[in-house]
Design a binder for this molecule. Structure first.
Ligand SMILES: Nc1ncnc2c1ncn2[C@@H]1O[C@H](COP(=O)(O)OP(=O)(O)OP(=O)(O)O)[C@@H](O)[C@H]1O
Ligand SMILES: [Mg+2]
Length: 242
């Protein structure tokens, strides 16, 4: 579904991503793990057209995306749920969802149907549909950010740190949502600081270090990898060495 070859991308003269190649097959959950500043968010921005790639190829559903405007990429069904949610705080839940639908314009009746689907997935958002987004809890705002992307009928969701800043129970419910989305047929590219939770959920993963892919493999293999354990899963090796 998504295929990236030798991607370089960054900001002005700064090249953050260097020679990144990866793919995501239809129906997969693929996790990208990496330290702060590794370039994870830059990677999602380069795919979704918010950052222009310096070189390389990005293909989604067989189409080249490089140079395409962000709204056209979203219109193809490749949707980005950004880091920090970025909901429109003064607008209501309903209004935020309607804005999400603009990426795939449709008559009002169809937008209402899409919203009903989002509400059946997130009953909590239905209860709060008239509340302004800025007054939602962090977990509710994350649901709204996901719901807003679902309004554009994505075939692939790219989620940037959906559990960031959430209490463990809210984070757990977000991971359950990701699993439900996948069982509903969505393909997911997931970026997470919580590498353990991400790899538990994912089919495959990539480790991004200072803009380069250092390791890739089945999620279980990455979890069993000692370097990954030491750097990202917080295993304490001093005790094992004793
Ligand atoms: N708008 C920007 N202008 C200039 N440099 C930027 C910009 N956004 C990010 N960078 C730089 O690009 C590098 C990668 O940042 P990025 O946000 O992609 O990292 P990340 O892996 O998502 O980190 P985190 O885990 O903290 O979210 C960093 O060195 C950062 O300072
Ligand atoms: Mg980031």
């Amino acid at each position: 579904m998504l295929r990236i070859r030798n991607l370089d991308a960054g900001y002005g003269a700064l090249t953050v991503l260097q020679g990144v190649s990866l793919h995501v097959d239809a129906g997969e959950i693929v996790a990208i793990i990496g330290a702060n500043g590794a370039g994870k968010s830059t990677l999602l921005r380069a795919i979704s057209g918010l950052v222009r790639p310096q070189c390389g190829r990005v293909e989604f559903a067989g189409r080249p995306l490089c140079g395409m405007a962000a709204e056209r990429i979203a219109g193809l069904g490749c949707l980005h749920v950004p880091e920090g949610r970025q909901v429109f705080a003064p607008m209501t839940v309903r209004e935020n969802l309607l804005v999400g639908g603009y990426a795939r314009p449709a008559p009002r009746a169809e937008l209402d149907e899409r919203m009903d689907r989002v509400f059946s997935f997130f009953p909590r958002l239905k209860e709060r549909r008239r509340q302004t987004a800025g007054t939602l809890s962090g977990g509710e705002q994350q649901m709204l950010a996901i719901g807003r992307a679902l309004m554009a009928c994505p075939s692939m969701l790219m989620m940037d740190e959906p559990s960031m800043g959430l209490a463990p129970i809210a984070a757990k419910s977000i991971f359950e949502i990701v699993a439900r989305l996948r069982s509903g047929g969505l393909t997911v590219l997931l970026i997470e600081q919580n590498a353990r939770a991400a790899l538990r959920l994912a089919d495959r993963g990539y480790v991004l270090e200072t803009g380069r892919i250092l390791l890739e493999g089945a999620a279980g293999d990455l979890m069993a990898n000692h370097d990954v354990q030491r750097a990202y899963l917080g295993k304490d090796y001093s005790r094992i060495d004793e």
